[in-house]
Ligand binder design. Structure first.
Ligand code: OOG
Ligand code: MG
Length: 259
């Protein structure tokens, strides 16, 4: 008997909709590979799509040393962001809709041209990018204590739960995105700080890696797609009442209130 990917996807989907942390799936299936995990992620996406949800962006995760160290997983991963996950800039995150959310400051890209791997470079990404913008992501692992292996987190759609895009669109032309300073504030206090270079040396490298990972499945990034490139600092626990702001040099601010 093989592993039932659909059944595992349903298990993770239920954990999300019931807002209940569950045992990590590799405790039950230690032999689960990362490739299997992406198949489970696809099944999970199909379940959401069957319920009428639409994919509106993609994300990379675990692209900075800070995040890799915090989660004890050393390899970048990719996932899907759905329409029900979006919060407008200045909007509200409803804490009770989630399990144990943590917040990240990120740089997002909007592509103006398709990008097809397997050998896409950061320079090609920059040429193909229409805009960059500041972003906040809330990760909310469906696993107990936010603890997982690489395969677990991939299957769990990379802990995706909510995200916020800043309202200012900036052309990447002439910008050194690696040198963009980033601060993450909660209630006016700086909880994390870094620079674009924290993300694989340059956040465009994260989009290039995504294009190259997708190429293995015969997929490509398309013009108009939005990509979150990964948390620059450690993710920070949030609580009801928190006001979260990410400030990115030259790209602007993005904020959200936790209620
Ligand atoms: C996995 C998702 C990581 C990022 O930006 O690094 C991520 C997690 O830490 O739960 O979104
Ligand atoms: Mg993230």
């Amino acid at each position: 008997m093989g592993i039932d990917f659909r059944e595992i996807a349903q298990f993770l989907h239920r954990a999300e909709t019931e807002k209940r942390a569950v045992e990590r799936i590799t405790a039950r299936y230690p032999e689960l590979t990362v490739e299997d995990a992406y198949r489970i992620q696809e099944e999970l996406a199909a379940i959401k799509q069957a319920q009428g949800h639409r994919v509106i962006a993609r994300k990379m995760g675990l692209t900075s040393k800070a995040k890799m160290k915090q989660m004890n997983v050393e390899e970048p991963i990719h996932g899907l962001l759905f329409d029900y996950m979006v919060i407008e800039d200045g909007g509200v995150l409803v804490y009770d809709e989630l399990i144990h959310p943590r917040v990240e400051a990120e740089i997002a890209f909007v592509l103006g041209e398709d990008l097809e791997g397997p050998a896409v470079t950061g320079a090609q990404v920059l040429k193909a990018t229409q805009y960059v913008l500041p972003a906040i992501e809330f990760v909310d692992s469906r696993y107990e204590n936010f603890r997982f292996t690489l395969a677990d987190v991939v299957a769990d759609n990379t802990s995706s739960s909510r995200f916020v895009l800043g309202s200012k669109l900036t052309s990447p032309e002439g910008l050194d995105l690696d040198l963009i300073g980033v601060t993450l504030h909660i209630n006016g206090e700086i909880k994390g700080l870094g620079a674009g270079a924290a993300v694989l040396g340059h956040p465009a490298n994260s989009v290039a890696m995504l294009a190259n990972m997708l190429a293995r499945k015969g997929e490509r990034l398309r013009a108009g797609e939005v990509v979150l490139t990964g948390g620059i600092t450690e993710a920070i626990v949030v609580e009801p009442g928190d006001v979260v702001t990410a400030k990115l040099d030259q790209l602007g601010d993005v904020s959200v209130v936790v209620k």
